[in-house]
Write a protein that binds this ligand. Structure first.
Ligand code: HEM
Length: 205
């Protein structure tokens, strides 16, 4: 037999495959989460399906990130050692790109694991913190593009670009929708104040 033996690169291949699975699951979690705030989620049954997809893919994505880092430990070429996998900047292979992945993993894990604490933290405060998952997602995408061997392959690159474009569009729609809703509330408050003032004036006449 000629050519490299894939079994010699088993850990590396496992790490790359689990990295791609992790990114696919976390992208799905982010997309489902963003859709939860849109009009689609008002359709009966769809909100529950989106919420379930969001939660399950987020948990599975974090597990896949764990497998991605753990299998890298076995890679005979990189030999990152535990500090190389846990501490950003220690590995001497594309340290910035890999470091972004490590920070993204910590951020995603902290935000995901804070879910059961949301009552104690307060729902509003937790939701504000939860928005930082978009930062973790952006870092994970940058990590894949800067450190990944497969980033140049079209069937890997274009789906990632496509999901980033949809995430940006949904985020933009939410920001605009949020301002619109806030403007409506402010207009309603002003109208209520004006009506109240009108009543008081009518009484005093
Ligand atoms: C949110 C967290 C993370 C996600 C979504 C993620 C995802 C990915 C993806 C999609 C790739 C490209 C795989 C390929 O090209 O075949 C990759 C590559 C890589 N990741 Fe991560 N990663 C994350 C965290 C980490 C962590 C914590 C480490 C630990 C050191 C790490 C180390 C690496 C390395 C060394 C590569 C280059 C492997 C290669 O292609 O040769 N990643 N990652």
């Amino acid at each position: 037999m000629t050519g490299p033996d894939p079994l010699q690169h088993g850990w590396w291949l496992a790490s790359r495959a689990s990295g791609l699975v992790a990114l696919a699951l976390l992208s799905t979690a982010v997309l489902a989460g963003l859709m939860l705030g849109g009009k689609l989620a008002r359709r009966p049954g769809l909100a529950r399906a989106l919420r379930s997809t969001h939660e399950h893919t987020a948990v599975a994505g974090l597990v896949a990130v764990g497998v991605h880092g753990a299998t890298l430990l076995g890679d005979a070429y990189l030999r990152p050692g535990l500090p190389g996998v846990l501490v950003p900047g220690v590995i001497d292979y594309r340290p910035l790109g890999v470091g972004l992945g490590i920070v993204a993993a910590y951020l995603a894990a902290a935000l995901g694991l804070s879910f059961p604490l949301r009552r104690r933290i307060g729902r509003r405060r937790w939701l504000i913190a939860h928005r930082f998952t978009l930062v973790a997602y952006g870092m994970a995408v940058a990590h894949m593009l800067m450190a990944g061997t497969d980033a140049a392959i079209a069937w890997v690159f274009w789906p990632v670009v496509g999901s980033v474009a949809i995430v940006l569009a949904l985020t933009g729609a939410r920001v605009v929708g949020g301002h619109h809703a806030q403007a409506l509330t402010e207009a309603e408050v002003a109208a209520a104040k004006a009506a109240r003032a009108g009543k008081v004036q009518a009484k005093s006449v």
